[in-house]
Every structure is written in C-alpha cells, then in structure tokens.
Write a protein that binds this ligand. Structure first.
Ligand code: ZN
Ligand code: ZN
Length: 229
C-alpha cells in the first residue's frame, strides 16, 4: 500500500497533467485553414527541464499560440515563455533566466495518414478531440535548455586550489604555495636554466647549421658591395 501512494509521482502520465495545457478542439472542425489564437498562462504542474536548469514547479508558463487546421491535423505554432532557475555548471551558483521558445508542432488527427504511418512518440496526436500541449512543452523545453548552463557567458568558475568562486575573489587571485614535489625541481632549474642557457642554445644551433654562416656571408658581401657603389 505505501508503494501505491508514492507511485503516481513517478508515472509519466502525470507529467503533463495540468488541465490548462489541454486544448479542446472539438469546435474547430476538420476543414483545413481554420485558425484560432490561444493565449493563456499555465502553472507548471511540476519541474520542467533538465538537471541543472528548469522551469520550477508552480511557475507561470505563458503560451502565445496559433492553432491552424491542416489536412493531417492541427498545426500549433507560437511561443512558450517562462522563467527558469538553475545552477551554474562552472561555479555552482544559483541563477535565473528567461526562456522564450518557438514552438511548431503538428498534432495528427486520429486515422490520418500521418497517424497511421508514424510510430508512437514520433508525432503528437489528437486524442478525444483534445490537444495536450504538456508533452510538447516538456519536450521543447528539454531541447532548448543547455545541458551545462552558465550564470554568465564568461563565468570564471572556481579556483582549482581553494574552491573560491573566482567572480568574487580578489583580482588576480592565485596561490604561491608550491607543491613540495615541484619545489625541488624549481630550485634545481632556477639556477641552471636562466637567460644564459637560452643564449648558449641559440648560438649552438646556428653553429651546428653549416648553411647559415655561408648564407650570411654571401648576404653581407652583397650588402657591402651595394653600399660601396
Ligand atoms: Zn557561474
Ligand atoms: Zn584559490
């Protein structure tokens, strides 16, 4: 019995169960070319979105849609707008944003060619002369929202050393403490490889290449000749 009580929370049938998402189209008829505007604000029956960002349960979802009958069903176009709340995937701070989605979906008539030639889940369907926008909204929001949302486009994230949020850390935040294993290497190379080592290396490279001194000499001679004349 306890199992039965909690089960409905997990079933997919409850996903789109806000009646406000359901549009009765029985009065539209099936003649193509009939238009109807639908503007309404629906309360999200549950959280709609992804793990890190979503429309919160209870938030307003504003529908501004046009229904148009076509031969295969009803074409729903328009916008779905809502506030979303999320957690930055880089710095883990909560943030809010506005979502504005363009929706274009065909809801197929029962026994239409589309209905009979597509698999379930491939196309939305009209059932009992009703269009349930809930599933379409859930799908569209899921596709629109980013899997790795950011609080700002240039969020600097967290300090890898201490975990502080770099956006609120002092400018140039860094840690001078060297790992003891690297400290030994730094001491060794600190004296051996200075400016002199680099200069020596450059000279050696030129000396090892037999073509370069000759080329230089030729060029110098040419220059000398030109300058003298
Ligand atoms: Zn962030
Ligand atoms: Zn730090």
């Amino acid at each position: 019995m306890p199992t039965d009580r909690t089960a409905p929370d997990r079933t997919t049938s409850r996903r789109s169960s806000n009646a406000d998402f359901v549009l009765d189209i029985s009065d539209l008829g099936r003649r193509p070319g009939i238009l109807r505007e639908v503007r309404r604000t629906v309360t999200a029956p549950e959280r709609i979105g992804l793990d890190l960002v979503a429309i919160e349960a209870g938030a307003d979802v504003e529908l501004d849609l046009q229904l148009q009958t076509v031969s295969e069903g009803v074409l729903v176009t328009g916008t779905v707008a809502a506030d979303v709340a999320g957690e930055c995937s880089r710095c883990l701070e909560p943030f809010t944003d506005r979502l504005d989605i363009r929706l274009t979906e065909l809801f197929a008539y029962p026994a239409s060619a589309t209905d009979e030639t597509t698999d379930e889940g491939e196309v939305y369907r009209i059932e009992d002369e009703r269009i349930d926008l809930g599933e379409a909204v859930v799908d569209a929001v899921g596709l629109e929202l980013p899997l790795r949302p950011l609080c700002t486009d240039d969020c600097p994230g967290l300090c890898a050393e201490c975990g502080i949020r770099l956006a609120i850390a002092e400018p140039g935040h860094r840690h001078d403490i060297l790992d003891p294993r690297w400290a030994g290497l730094a001491a060794k190379f600190g004296t051996d490889s200075g400016g002199t080592a680099t200069a020596d290396g450059d000279t050696a490279a030129l000396d090892d290449d037999p073509t370069i001194p000759d080329a230089r000499t030729d060029a110098d001679r040419a220059n000398d000749t030109n300058e003298e004349k």
